[in-house]
Design a protein around this ligand. Structure first.
Ligand SMILES: *[C@@H]1O[C@H](CO)[C@@H](O)[C@H](O)[C@H]1NC(C)=O
Ligand SMILES: *[C@@H]1O[C@H](CO)[C@@H](O)[C@H](O)[C@H]1NC(C)=O
Ligand SMILES: *[C@@H]1O[C@H](CO)[C@@H](O)[C@H](O)[C@H]1NC(C)=O
Length: 650
């Protein structure tokens, strides 16, 4: 604006042909907004009282009236045409002082954020507006650009909410001659779920022992999400099926807690996957694997593979021989699962177990320490313990039975007649004996059992081979035919007793038979004895002397005894091997529980199956039961024993 207030524009004075009073006396300017009239003498000026604004009123007419002093008064009117010329008096003006826009982060390049606009009232170059940023940061310059002509603000870089959430940009509008003005553009960035949660393991107790109680905290987990709002809300979970759970604690923190009993023997390593998911749309998630190991506790005792063990061994085994082996398993780790075997202290037949067996602590192989004797005992039990090396150790034990099997290591033992050939035992055979008469009986026992004790009898040598036979299994000596006068009075038999073992063992004895009804024929005995035992002359003489003095009495007793016995039940005299006074049994014989040939159930069977007469069995039974169903028989038997003893004295 060039015309400033007070500017004066000179107007030419008015002319009036009249003079004096009738000439121009007075000027009037019609009232207007901008100008007033100033009359000073002959100088008439229009003074700018108020600025002109071309942009408001480009032209105006001023009406100036000149008046004279005549009467009637005459006037002249002048129209002053004022043209207001333009001057660059207007700066550009933004349509808004503050522009607001919101922009999602990660918007694509070239996205128009907002368009600013400014107008300039001036004309031509004075009203030609260009846009630009005012003073802005480098960051803004990297991210946004502004179109100089149009005023579009566009994205030219990466918009990241997590870096900057809002921008305040000054924009400048400038006209051609340099007048400018400013406005503010506020761009707020909106969040987009572009950050997955991050799982951080803050602490972890690893490894953990398998006896960790349920509810123990083993780790602390922190979860972060850089987004905001819902995009920042994170849920955390772990996979199912493991004895662990996540317990939320303070904001963004979780405790990893055990929920059940751990068992290293079942599962020793856990690969726990922790998954964090945010609430964005679409949600983002991430996961983290946590390795957790379980250490061993000695919680399993060794367990034997078998409920019980049995070992079978033949008697007379070599000391040190292997009987069997035991094995126990312990699933624990290292020394907690290392099994050591031992024998539990105990006694076998009054002696410590260790004198019978030993066990290899590492392998569980069991050895015999000594040679076993079946005739001493047939079986025994020991307890084997398996202990682990934990602290404290755990153990279990198992019963092992050792069964000793028989070996034919005992030859038959002849109880009657006494195996020493010099004992002068003589059987009297009545001259009138018929064929099949029982004459005597060889009694033998065998300490073995079963086949090893199954005895058979055989006459291996005899004076008259046709005269006597022996029951193969009974040992009964019978006449084979009637005795005749021509038979020799003295009959000698050599009897062999064999067991049925493999190989079999045998014993022999001699039996002296005297065919006579009359003890007067005693001298024959002398010959007999002499023949058989010259070396025992002295004893023979002594016995002979005693015999002479007691012969008669003895003879009568024998005859009476024999007759009495035979009348009642003659055969019983020699029936059953049990009819032996206990004094005849071998020293250990009666001690053995059920092992003796005579008492053994096995032998009962043997007797029965070999067809022996039932009387044998019955008698055995009554003997064993200590009941005396045949009391009279027994008393007669007792008398027989007396006879026998008497005879033995010879
Ligand atoms: C743990 O599990 C994750 C996911 O199942 C798997 O990627 C990773 O290889 C596993 N780690 C181990 C040591 O097994
Ligand atoms: C054995 O078990 C005990 C606890 O019973 C434990 O302290 C020890 O570490 C275990 N040993 C091994 C080798 O795992
Ligand atoms: C042997 O095992 C039994 C149970 O199987 C137990 O009662 C006993 O105490 C054990 N004996 C020893 C000495 O460990």
């Amino acid at each position: 604006m060039l015309a400033i207030i007070g500017a004066r524009f000179v107007i030419e004075e008015a002319h009036d042909a009249d003079v004096g009073q009738n000439s121009v006396q007075q000027y009037n300017l019609k009232k207007n907004d901008n100008f007033i009239l100033s009359v000073n003498g002959n100088t008439i000026e229009v003074v700018l009282e108020k600025e002109l604004d071309r942009e408001k009123q480009q032209e105006m007419n001023l009406i100036l009236t000149a008046l004279d002093g005549g009467s009637p008064q005459r006037s002249g009117t002048l129209v002053i045409h004022v043209t207001v010329l333009d001057a660059n008096d207007n700066a550009p003006v933004f349509s808004q002082a503050v522009y607001k826009a919101s922009l999602p982060e990660n918007s694509r390049l070239d996205t128009v954020v907002i368009t600013v606009s400014a107008s300039d009232a001036d004309e031509g170059v004075n009203g030609d507006v260009t846009y630009d940023f005012g003073h802005v940061t480098e960051e803004v310059k990297k991210i946004f650009s502004i179109d100089r002509k149009v005023g579009d603000i566009r994205v030219i870089g990466v918009v990241d909410y997590e870096t900057t959430t809002s921008f305040e940009i000054r924009v400048k509008a400038k006209d051609g001659l340099g007048l400018s003005s400013y406005a503010k553009v506020m761009i707020s960035i909106t969040d987009v779920n572009d950050n997955a949660p991050v799982v951080n393991l803050k602490s972890l107790t690893n490894p953990i022992p398998e006896n960790t109680p349920p509810g123990t905290e083993v780790g602390i987990i922190n979860v972060q999400d850089r987004d905001s709002g819902n995009n920042r809300q994170v849920r955390c979970s772990i996979q199912q099926g493991f004895p662990f759970k996540l317990v939320p604690s303070i904001k963004n923190y979780y405790s990893l807690v055990t929920t059940g009993q751990l068992d290293r023997e079942l599962l020793s390593d856990y690969n726990i996957t922790i998954t964090a998911t945010d609430q964005g749309s679409p949600p983002l998630s991430s996961s983290k694997s946590v390795q957790l190991s379980v250490t061993d506790i000695n919680d399993n005792p060794p367990v034997f593979e078998e409920q019980s063990y049995s070992a079978y061994v033949s008697e007379n085994n070599k000391p040190g021989s292997t009987l069997c082996s035991v094995s126990a398993r312990d699933p624990d780790w290292r020394q907690n699962g290392t099994v050591v075997y031992s024998l539990l202290a105990g006694e076998v037949n009054g002696a410590p177990v260790s004198s019978y067996l030993s066990v290899n602590g590492d392998t569980g192989v069991i050895h015999a320490v000594r040679s076993f004797d079946y005739e001493q005992f047939r079986s025994f039990k020991v307890h084997v313990m398996a202990r682990d090396n934990g602290s404290p150790p755990l153990s279990s034990n198992v019963t092992m039975s050792v069964f000793i099997s028989d070996v034919n290591d005992n030859s038959p033992q002849i109880l009657y007649p006494s195996p020493e050939g010099n004992s002068f035992m003589t059987e009297l055979v009545p001259k009138a004996a018929h064929g099949g008469s029982l004459v005597s009986k060889v009694i033998a026992v065998d300490a073995d059992s079963g086949q090893n004790a199954w005895l058979s009898y055989q006459i291996v040598k005899s004076t008259d081979p046709g005269l006597f036979t022996i029951g193969v299994h009974s040992g009964e000596i019978r006449t084979q035919r009637d005795i005749s006068e021509s038979d020799s009075m003295k009959q000698n038999l050599v009897v062999a007793v064999k067991d049925n073992g493999q190989p079999s063992l045998s014993a022999t004895c001699s039996m002296y038979l005297l065919i006579s009804d009359n003890l007067a024929e005693v001298p024959e005995l002398k010959d007999l004895s002499y023949n058989e035992s010259n070396s025992k002359l002295t004893s023979y003489l002594i016995i002979a002397l005693v015999s002479v003095s007691t012969f008669f009495l003895t003879f009568i007793i024998i005859i009476l005894g024999l007759r009495f016995c035979r009348r009642r039940k003659p055969r019983l005299l020699f029936d059953g091997a049990v009819a032996i006074p206990s004094g005849y049994l071998p020293p250990n014989y009666a001690d053995v529980d059920g092992t003796g040939t005579l008492r053994s159930a096995y032998n009962y069977d043997a007797y029965l199956t070999t067809g022996s007469r039932t009387s044998d069995f019955k008698f055995v039974t009554s003997y064993n039961d200590n009941t005396l169903p045949f009391s009279s028989t027994l008393s007669s038997q007792n008398s027989f024993f007396k006879c026998l003893e008497q005879k033995l004295v010879y």
